[in-house]
Write a protein that binds this ligand. Structure first.
Ligand code: PEP
Ligand code: MN
Length: 443
């Protein structure tokens, strides 16, 4: 397998790419990245593919979640721990309440680049380049911050490495031990309905663990979790520089994350993103929005997974609550009938975004859950496996999505709106979602 050169990729069209002023600075950043150690090992990517193959067989469920856009300033121990904690709590709820193994993938340690629908942003009559994520430019609304800076490619690598190091320490060094199941439910979440439901479940798990210990069973799985990283593979310079030939297999892997996905705006079948990702061995995701036809999905599967390897390809559908039932069913029927091995997971976020009257971008928790319900219903009708969830969430008590048990309304958005891009589910809303989805899985 040969990797196309960066020049070849650029020749396919630079969709959603930065416009840098100084080509020499870009070349130097890319050259330094090429010499940087891998962030993940190829063998770990293969392990994830094997776990995702269990999803393809309908024997496991994928939970993929994290910020819409990570920020460099957000790389702190507390922030990473809180995100991990909510994902661990959700995974425990799904595993215990629905008796399904959960494959855990963070939308983190590299999720710093954003596609935008407009190249510019105008505020009070001033127009500047749009914020494209910390990988490209700064969030502050100044000409200096919004300049596309190739040094940020190296900052992306370093912040991803710091995050992943922390994630590895937390997931293998005791924090993710199942005996900690109660301690993940600390502070404000305890007093909510979802928190109390969780407390009950944690007590049951604790009793089961005590029993297991008493009979002498104490498997390694109780003490650590397998947790994987993922992000949208958007910046060609970065992803290409991080693509390396694995010494074991002589095959290319993108060693910037275990799993990478192609966004809705860059999934052109003859485009650079599909071309590059078709050459790497990592498990891949592709977002499918409401205009997707069955033939689009078939063409993507043919190009990205020509050998039809189970676990290699995950379709992440994001139709919107009002479109999921009618839109997904014909796509699913035709792809399933063609014998394509692909996972189907639901991103109930990106088809349900709207602007509140106050100007904040938000989503209704009820729309999000309605899309998940539609996703499950369509899969049940077609006879396919609703394989997982792709969610934008945070471990903090933010007010970015309205609704849910805490009845966040439009007026609350200003209280704690911290996302630099799309609105995320708060920790409580995330836990509520896990309980609702566990019910859907059980049925
Ligand atoms: C995202 O996941 O943040 C995103 C931009 O999604 P999509 O490509 O589905 O629009
Ligand atoms: Mn988003």
């Amino acid at each position: 397998m040969t990797i196309p050169s960066l020049e070849d990729l650029n020749a396919l069209g630079r969709v959603q790419q930065p416009t840098y002023g100084d080509p020499a600075a870009v070349a130097s950043a890319v050259a330094r990245l090429r010499n940087s150690p891998p962030l993940v090992f190829a063998g770990e990517c293969d392990d994830l593919t094997a776990k995702l193959a269990a999803v393809t067989r309908g024997e496991a469920f994928l939970l993929q979640g994290g910020d819409c856009a990570e920020t460099f300033a957000g790389v702190t121990a507390d922030n990473v721990k809180n995100k991990l904690r909510v994902l661990l709590q959700m995974a425990v709820v799904l595993t215990y309440a629905a008796s399904v193994p959960v494959v855990k993938v963070g939308r983190l340690a590299g999720q710093y680049a954003k596609p935008r629908s407009s190249d510019t942003e105008t505020r009070n009559g001033v127009t500047l380049p749009a914020y494209r994520g910390d990988s490209v430019n700064g969030f502050d609304f100044t000409a200096e911050a919004r300049r596309h800076d190739p040094q940020r490619l190296l900052d992306t690598y370093n912040n991803s490495a710091a995050t992943l190091n922390l994630v590895r320490a937390f997931t293998t060094g005791g924090y993710a031990d199942l005996r900690e199941v109660h301690s993940w439910n600390t502070d404000f979440v305890q007093d909510t309905v979802a928190g109390q439901k969780y407390e009950k479940l944690a007590t049951e798990i604790q009793r089961a663990l005590t029993f297991m210990e008493a009979i002498g069973a104490d498997p390694d799985e109780f003490h650590r979790v397998d947790f994987y990283s993922s992000h949208e593979a958007l910046l060609l310079d970065y992803e290409h520089a991080m693509t390396r030939i694995d010494s074991r297999t002589n095959l290319p892997y993108d060693v910037s994350a275990h799993m990478v996905w192609i966004g809705e705006r860059t999934r052109q079948i003859n485009g650079a993103h599909v071309e590059l990702l078709s050459k790497i061995q990592n498990p891949l995701g592709v977002k499918l929005g409401p205009t997707t036809t069955a033939d689009d999905a078939l063409a993507l599967a043919e190009k990205l997974n020509p050998e039809n390897i189970p676990g290699r390809l995950t379709f992440i559908t994001r139709f919107g609550a009002g479109k999921i039932r009618e839109g997904l069913q014909p796509v699913l029927e035709k792809v399933a009938a063609s014998g394509i091995a692909a996972n189907w997971i639901c991103d109930p976020m990106h088809g349900n975004t709207f602007e509140a009257s106050s100007g904040y971008k938000t989503r209704r928790f009820e729309d999000v859950m309605e899309e998940v319900q539609g996703f499950f219903d369509v899969h049940r009708a077609v006879g396919t496996w609703p394989g997982g969830l792709h969610v934008e969430l945070t471990g903090d008590d933010v007010t970015e999505c309205i609704g849910g048990g805490e009845l966040i309304d439009e007026a609350d958005l200003a209280n704690r709106y911290e996302s630099v891009c799309d609105p995320r589910l708060s920790r409580v809303q995330s836990l509520e979602m896990a309980f609702l989805v566990a019910d859907m899985l059980r049925k």
